[in-house]
Design a protein around this ligand. Structure first.
Ligand code: NAD
Length: 455
């Protein structure tokens, strides 16, 4: 392979080099697309039960290496080990779930005059999955597993900072018996390897997860070839706390909703909207909960929050708020080596930049609201629409508000957004299309209509 350059993978908790990974040049992408096309033909022609069996074996291989995969995620992304174990388990579950869909991916028979009408769900061919660094392993699987299950080949480009779990997954797929070339990992820079994948005429669909700015560019380039695209982009999600909520529970759950993965989470509930009459009480309850969210060594199972991914990301977060600026609540973080940043809760105007833009760090803004209409207005005052939470004891109100918030994933008295069996994706500038859930495989097919005359 011709290599233009290589990437250094750094442990964000220690700043030590973990690995050096060669980057794929456009010529490598071209060769990979050709290998993928050859593998895909055989894969699509194989018996569905055999494809399902191989994907289950892949899931089993992941299950047999959960600790190793989790350790890689700790080393390259700085995720606390408990979260990293969940992520590896999520990859296994997503593969299992997709395998279950292979034999259930059926078209329809539609009543028509003069004959019989069938729809066939055909694989697209080769799918490129471009993943971000924040949840490298699960997000790689959310695109790759259903695409493979629907009969496609997959070329996965991990983010520059986090290629190690993706490379290991590709090796496990081969060990499990997936055909050579069917699932390839191509590490490299976004504007070289990523762009080469997006522009390659042999790639039928791009599944992109990352920032809204890059997603817009990917979509525009896909438009050149009318290429299929799924976009999972940024968020600025609301956590709406009504006065009638179980405030203790709501306050205890709030830190996890914006501090998990040090806030580098597209679903982070980084705008906490609290009804005015309980605003002070809620902040009183929130403070010990935030201070108790242990930030430190990711390898320690007691750790809830690790470092940010890089020095550049920390500078980005500091661009919104420096660690010495006044804050309503500020946690502690280790000093010295590592890209640490403390949990921070701010009281700011709704129009303040930090209350409007995605920070992608452990920073939330608390804003008061007067009534239900005001809460919905504030919740929707954003270009994003990925997720949101509603805390109330009034079930009718919970449903009214969940329906009124323009976002793809709402939770009531909970912050859970992601399940392999339910659809995930964004409204507005948070994305296009859905991943996971019962329709995941269909997003990787073309519908062909066939009419057979009976005359
Ligand atoms: P990013 O847009 O910089 O990069 C994402 C991926 O795209 C990387 O693999 C990168 O190398 C690649 N890339 C960059 N430029 C490219 C180009 N011109 N053509 C093709 N590929 C290119 O995003 P990031 O900083 O890695 O991730 C953080 C962002 O991801 C946040 O905005 C976050 O909200 C979002 N995100 C969204 C979801 C979701 O499901 N909605 C999930 C996780 C992260």
């Amino acid at each position: 392979m011709t290599r233009v350059h290589e990437h250094h993978v750094t442990n964000p908790a220690t700043e030590e080099r973990v690995a050096t990974v060669p980057a794929a040049a456009p010529a490598d992408v071209d060769a990979a697309v050709r290998r993928a096309a050859a593998a895909q033909r055989g894969w699509a022609a194989a018996a569905p039960a055999d494809r399902a069996r191989l994907l289950r074996r892949f899931a089993d291989a992941v299950d047999g290496h959960l600790e190793e995969l989790a350790a890689l995620e700790v080393a390259e992304a700085g995720h606390p080990v408990t979260g990293a174990r969940w992520e590896a388990g999520n990859v296994r579950d997503v593969l299992e779930y997709a395998a279950g869909g292979v034999e259930r991916l059926s078209g329809r028979q539609i009543p028509v005059p003069g004959g019989v009408d069938l729809t066939l769900l055909e694989p697209l061919g080769t799918v490129a999955v471009i993943a971000p660094w924040n949840f490298p392993m699960p997000i790689a699987a959310w695109g790759s597993a259903p695409a493979l299950a629907a009969g496609n080949a997959v070329l996965l480009k991990p983010a520059e900072a986090t290629p190690l779990t993706a490379l290991r997954l590709a090796a496990l797929a081969l060990d499990a018996g997936l055909p050579e070339g069917l699932f390839q990992v191509l590490p490299g820079a976004g504007d070289v390897t990523g762009r080469a994948l997006v522009d390659h005429p042999g790639v039928a669909k791009v599944v992109f997860t990352g920032s809204t700015a890059t997603g817009r560019e990917v979509m525009a380039r896909c438009a050149e070839q009318v290429k299929r695209v799924t976009l999972e982009l940024g968020g600025k999600s609301p956590n709406i706390v009504f006065a009638d909520a179980d405030l203790e529970r709501a306050a205890a759950a709030a830190p996890g909703s914006f501090l998990d993965n040090a806030g580098q989470d597209c679903c982070a509930r980084s705008r906490i909207l609290v009804q005015a009459e309980v605003y002070d009480r809620f902040l009183e309850l929130l403070e010990p909960a935030v201070l108790g969210f242990a930030c430190g060594d990711p390898a320690d199972p007691a750790t809830a929050m690790g470092p940010l991914i890089s020095a550049a990301q920390r500078e980005r977060v500091r661009g919104y708020v420096r660690e010495d600026e006044p804050a309503a609540i500020r946690g502690t973080a280790p000093r010295g080596r590592g890209y640490w940043y403390p949990a921070t809760v701010l009281e700011r105007e709704a129009s303040d930049r930090v209350a409007v833009e995605e920070v992608f760090g452990p920073v939330a803004v608390v804003l008061p609201f007067t009534d239900e209409a005001d809460a919905v207005r504030l919740a929707n005052a954003t270009d994003y629409g990925l997720s949101g939470s509603v805390w109330t004891r009034d079930t009718a109100r919970a449903l009214r508000v969940a329906r009124a918030v323009a976002a793809g994933n709402l939770s009531v008295n909970s912050h859970a957004s992601v399940r392999y069996g339910t659809p995930f994706g964004g409204y507005k500038r948070s994305g296009l299309g859905r991943e996971l859930g019962p329709d995941a495989l269909a997003a990787f097919t073309e519908t062909k209509n066939v009419f057979l005359s009976t005359d």
